[in-house]
Design a protein around this ligand. Structure first.
Ligand SMILES: [Zn+2]
Length: 206
């Protein structure tokens, strides 16, 4: 940790990430984006989006699900989100952190300090917030990277899918007799991806 670096924003940033960049001006912008994302988006909201509806289960005061991270395929629920927005931890792959860490790992941004800020930027956009300060050049660069763009696009489709499922299917599913509800829910969830892809395609084509 580097104490000599100027503003308290920089200190927060370097302390949290253990990474320093060469330009103090840039550090402040980076810290601001990360702090904004952490303040505005609860970890559970992103976790819910990445895991899918009904996948996060309450166990005591925690939420657990199967790990949504791309390189961890598991059968048991090791992925844990702690109450009071104290972050997340996956007992299967030994990774954890705050909401920005989750976005960074889920979307494949590099673990180099800048990757966290880029993930925070996309996180803010994804949940309908503004990005503080003008979009820096490295942020635009990341936007063009195909694997990251694909993964973020996937998350966007899942976002729409979640809305479709909640708004269109849930009210109908609730009225079904219990013995057929589970199968109907699975069908509806599959169907809402189809609908979400169509809606996403229309929005992009417009
Ligand atoms: Zn995991």
């Amino acid at each position: 940790m580097k104490q000599e670096r100027g503003s308290c924003m920089t200190e927060v940033y370097t302390r949290d990430r253990g990474v320093a960049t060469a330009n103090p001006q840039e550090d402040r912008g980076v810290g601001k984006i990360i702090e904004a994302a952490k303040a505005l988006i609860p970890t559970i909201d992103l976790a819910d989006l990445l895991c899918g509806p009904g996948q996060m289960r309450r166990v005591g005061d925690r939420w657990v699900a199967r790990c949504p991270l791309p390189d961890h395929d598991e059968r048991t629920a090791s992925f844990t989100v702690y109450p009071g927005d104290r972050g997340w931890w996956c007992y299967g792959c030994g990774r954890g952190g705050d909401v920005v860490d989750l976005a960074r790992i889920a979307w494949g941004f590099p673990d180099d300090g800048r990757g966290a800020a880029e993930a925070a930027g996309f996180l803010l956009l994804e949940f309908g917030h503004e990005i503080p300060e003008r979009k820096p050049a490295w942020f635009r660069r990341q936007e063009r990277q195909a694997p990251i763009r694909d993964r973020i696009e996937q998350t966007r489709v899942e976002h729409i899918r979640l809305l479709v499922f909640r708004l269109l299917w849930m009210p109908w599913l609730r009225r079904l007799p219990e013995d057929i509800r589970e199968e109907a829910t699975a069908d509806a969830w599959a169907e809402s991806r189809h609908t979400a892809r169509q809606l996403y395609g229309q929005r992009r084509g417009a």
